[in-house]
Design a binder for this molecule. Sequence first.
Ligand code: MN
Length: 288
Amino acid sequence: MTTRTVSALIPGQPTQDGNRVPLTRLVPGRGQHGSEAFRAMDPFLLMDHFGPMVLPPGTDAGFPPHPHRGFQTLTYLIQGAFRHRDSTGGSGLLRPGGAQLMNAGAGIVHEEMPVPEQLETGGPIEGVQLWINLPKAHKGSAPGYTDLQPEAMPWTPLPGGRIRVLAGTWAGVTGPAVTPAKVAYAHLELEAGAAFEQAVPAAWTAAVVPLRGSVRIGSQEVAADTVALLGAGDLLALEATSPASLMLLAGEPLREPIAHYGPFVMNTPAEIEQAIRDYQQGRMGHLE
Ligand code: MN
C-alpha cells in the first residue's frame, strides 16, 4: 500500500456565524475559497468547528432560521446541546456524541438554537458542522432531517484511543449516516504516541483535522484547527504527538461544477438565482 502524505496544510479561519457564534472555519479555510485546495476537498464544501467554549448564562448564541438548498449538513455535537427545527416539521435535540444529518435538497429552512436550560445556566459547547455536496441528480431531492443518536454510533476502543464512526467504515466499524455522495467520517481520540491507520480508496479525497492536540503524518506535524489534505495513496496513517482529538474525512469526488452563494450550493449561477427567488417567495417553507 502507498501511504498518503500531506499535500496541503490549510489553517482554519476564526470567524462568527449565526447569532455571534464564534467558530473556526476549516473548509474553505483562510483565503482558500475557489482555490485548488478547496476544489481538492470535493465532495466536502464547508467544515466549521464551533467551540470548545463556555457560553455565559442568558446567551442566545445559535443559528436562527435560514435556508439551504443543494447539499447536506452533518452536524456532530461533542459538548452541550442544540435544538433543531425545520420547515418540513422536523425537530430534534442534539446531544453530546450525537449528530443530525439534514438533506437540504430542493430547499429547507431550519434553525439550531440553544436549549432552554442552557439559556438559563450557560455551559460548554463544542461541535463540528460538515457540508457534504449533493450530486446534481439529488439537488432537487425532498428535504429532510435524520437524528443520529449517540447510541447509534458508540465509541469503539482502539489501541491507545477510541473512534466514533459517523459515516462509512473506519477500523471495521460502519457508521449510520448514509449520503448520496460516498463519504466516510469519524471522530478519533488518541493518546500521545498512539498510531492509527486505515485503507482509503486511492481515488477518494482524504483529510485529517485535529480539533485538539497534534498529529504527525509522514514527517509533517499538523496542529489543531488545521486541515491536512492528503495526497495520492491508498493508506491513511498518522501518529498522535500529543493527546489528540481529530476528525477523519474521506469521500469520492463528484467532479461537478459548483456555483455557491451563501446557504445555496448548485451547479450553475442561474440555479443560484432561482434558489434566491424561491427562498424570497417562500417556496422553501417556513418554521411553524
Ligand atoms: Mn444551517
